[in-house]
Design a protein around this ligand. Structure first.
Ligand SMILES: [Zn+2]
Length: 305
């Protein structure tokens, strides 16, 4: 993170495992969203992708419960799936077996998209729908207010909405009251847009310390696979990184404000579907109750697939 010399990533050690089973159209984009895109370039250089940081007080990873059984599903029918993703108007594209994923048995991954909503989020929703994939969107409050419709559509499609702060400030630099206000303002924006209040929080840059954690009782959800999509503005590279690092129980970090990332997603969905993965929300991954702190610095041991 050139410029500030700070890096924030919390880098706990343990990988993640599900604890239990359980279970569009962008219009005109206000300047807030575009400003966010620029801001997130800083996010990339600054932090959600940066190395373990000084300021980010080391937080301990939650020890996951027993890993799910590594049941490998039979090969899924792959015909007609998009590779590059234009589900609109195409043939039936569903590649998943019907029914909710059971992460005790199924190979589950949680795709997470930060810093939106943005101009490409609706396209991403279509890609996900084509694979009946659920994902988690950690949204920035000011962008939610500027573009409430896409947040509503995201929630209606069954995806999880997480709180990613109001304006993507490093929460570790703020006093307690300000942190609470920031999160509450974002909650209100999501509630107004989608009628729900986020149950999970991802602090910008993954920057956490004890003070930040005390300001909410909700789980703080980081990630254990970082695609560095802000750096690799190349769809093939983003897809390759995600697919290579994916493992059962992985929480994979993307940013849906980058068109290259959104374009990479059909390939990710196709490849991981073919390997028997189910795409679930973060809360689903943890049986509906994520631990207080969800993160892992290293990807889970690579599955032999
Ligand atoms: Zn972010």
């Amino acid at each position: 993170m050139a410029g500030t010399g700070r890096s924030h990533r919390v880098r706990p050690g343990a990988g993640l495992r599900p604890r239990a089973g359980l279970r569009p159209r962008a219009g005109l984009w206000p300047t807030a969203a575009l400003a966010l895109a620029g801001l997130t370039a800083a996010c990339g250089t600054g932090g959600e992708t940066g190395p373990a940081g000084s300021g980010a007080a080391a937080t301990r990873a939650v020890t996951p419960a027993a890993p799910p059984a590594q049941t490998v599903r039979p090969p899924l029918p792959d015909g007609g799936t998009p590779d590059g993703g234009t589900p609109d108007g195409g043939p039936a594209l569903a590649v998943h077996a019907a029914g909710p994923a059971d992460c005790r048995r199924d190979k589950c991954v949680a795709l997470t998209f930060d810093d939106g909503p943005g101009p490409y989020t609706d396209t991403l929703l279509r890609h996900l729908a084509a694979y009946r994939a659920r994902a988690t969107f950690f949204v920035v409050g000011q962008s939610v207010t500027a573009n409430p419709g896409v947040v509503r559509r995201t929630a209606e499609a069954g995806h999880e909405i997480g709180n990613h702060s109001w304006s993507h400030r490093d929460l570790t630099t703020l006093p307690a009251a300000e942190i609470r206000r920031d999160l509450a303002r974002t909650d209100q924006a999501v509630k107004a847009a989608a009628g729900i209040v986020p149950k999970i929080v991802r602090p910008p840059y993954g920057a956490l310390n004890a003070l930040v954690r005390k300001q909410t009782s909700r789980p703080m959800v980081l990630w254990n696979v970082d695609t560095e999509d802000w750096r690799h503005r190349d769809s093939a590279a983003v897809a390759r990184r995600a697919v290579k690092a994916a493992a059962p129980g992985a929480v994979i970090l993307f940013h849906d404000i980058h068109p290259t990332t959104v374009k990479a997603i059909p390939r990710v969905l196709k490849s991981l579907s073919a390997r028997g993965y189910r795409f679930v929300t973060v809360s689903e991954l943890f049986g509906g109750a994520p631990p207080r702190l969800v993160h892992g610095g290293a990807p889970p041991a690579a599955a032999k697939l």
